[in-house]
Design a protein around this ligand. Structure first.
Ligand SMILES: [Zn+2]
Length: 338
């Protein structure tokens, strides 16, 4: 099948930019912290949750003695978003597969359904998405793939394996995809109803049977996936996918931050009174006070983008800066008077 690039770029306007780093943070051979090297890929991806601007950063081990300067790690999570050479996420593909297989929708109906979900798709694209879905389900360990993996092992010391589940809608089947990270090769893909640990282990078994060394395991936080991988490759280091992981741990922090922001706003309510007092004064002090009041006002308008940039924390830090500056000028004033 010819690789096509999906829709013309100008029809996919990204809502969110995400930078992905590799899930492995340290060299599996020497333990040195991995260093950013270049942008491995950058593309616009249409997902059921919105259009994303996805940057995947390649990192490597900078330790020359380790001798693997040209072994680049990329984010398995970013690679897991969509098939190589396409701009549609797996969740879209899986949904298309369901609409065709289960609901027996025509290509015209599929393309309309996708367009309604803010994924502009022509009939031709809907057809292609369906073909990609079928190709994906046929993925297996052919002789070609095995040869490829052998080369990866020789070059990089082992395979970097990842598995994750794609479920376009709750209650539907989940598509599980097993992937090799250095090559981007898909080793297996299967629709499973329950996705139990034993089902997943069965999906991993042909890969395990190759008996190639494995340098790392990567996946999202889903428990059955983690267990299946850990039980199949007992002593290989395991990493969460950072993106899922980040969202999971960030939730309580984001909630606390919202509270902090409310508290700070409450504590600054007296500001209007002070503003009134200095409004019509023309002394230097009143002018300085007005400056500080304006600074305080503007910092209340600050907004961050959680979870990485928290609005409450940001306001708090700015308020601390204003306070420090106020105290400094107080001290100076005191100095002049004495
Ligand atoms: Zn190293």
């Amino acid at each position: 099948m010819k690789a096509r690039r999906g829709l013309p770029r100008n029809r996919l306007i990204p809502e969110k930019r995400i930078y992905f780093r590799p899930e492995l943070t340290h060299c599996p051979d020497c333990g040195t912290k991995l260093k950013r090297h270049h942008t491995a890929s950058h593309k616009i991806v249409a997902t059921l949750k919105g259009i994303l601007d996805v940057w995947n950063m390649a990192y490597h081990c900078p330790n020359e003695a380790c001798g693997k300067l040209e072994r680049y790690f990329r984010s398995a999570q970013a690679d897991a978003l969509c098939l190589k050479h396409t701009s549609y996420a797996y969740d879209v593909l899986v949904l298309v597969g369901e609409m065709r297989f289960k609901q027996h929708m025509t290509v015209t109906e599929i393309s309309e359904a996708l367009t309604q979900r803010a994924i502009p798709t022509s009939e031709r694209h809907a057809m292609r998405l369906y073909e990609w879905y079928l190709t994906l389900l046929r993925a297996s360990l052919t002789d070609d793939v095995k040869e490829d993996l052998k080369k990866i092992v020789k070059e990089h010391g082992g395979l970097l394996l990842s598995m994750d589940g794609v479920q376009p809608e709750k209650g539907n089947e989940t598509l599980y995809v097993v992937r090799e990270g250095f090559s981007g090769r898909i080793l297996a893909a299967k629709n499973l109803k329950s996705g139990s640990c034993s089902e997943l282990k069965a999906l991993l078994k042909p890969v395990k049977d190759l008996d190639y060394p494995v340098v790392g395991l990567v996946s999202d936080g889903q428990r059955s996936i983690r267990m299946a991988m850990e039980e199949t490759w007992g002593d290989t280091p395991y990493q969460y996918c950072q993106y899922h992981y980040l969202k999971d741990i960030a939730k309580p922090v984001v909630d606390l931050d919202r509270k902090l922001k409310t508290e700070i706003k409450k504590s600054l309510r007296g500001i209007r009174e002070i503003e009134k007092q200095v409004e019509h004064e023309s002394t230097v002090e009143a002018e300085v006070a007005r400056d500080y009041l304006a600074a305080t006002r503007s910092l209340l308008l600050e907004d961050g983008t959680p979870p990485l940039d928290l609005p409450g924390i940001r306001i708090y830090e700015n308020a601390q800066a204003v306070k420090a500056s106020l105290e400094q000028s107080e001290a100076k004033k005191g100095g002049l008077h004495s």
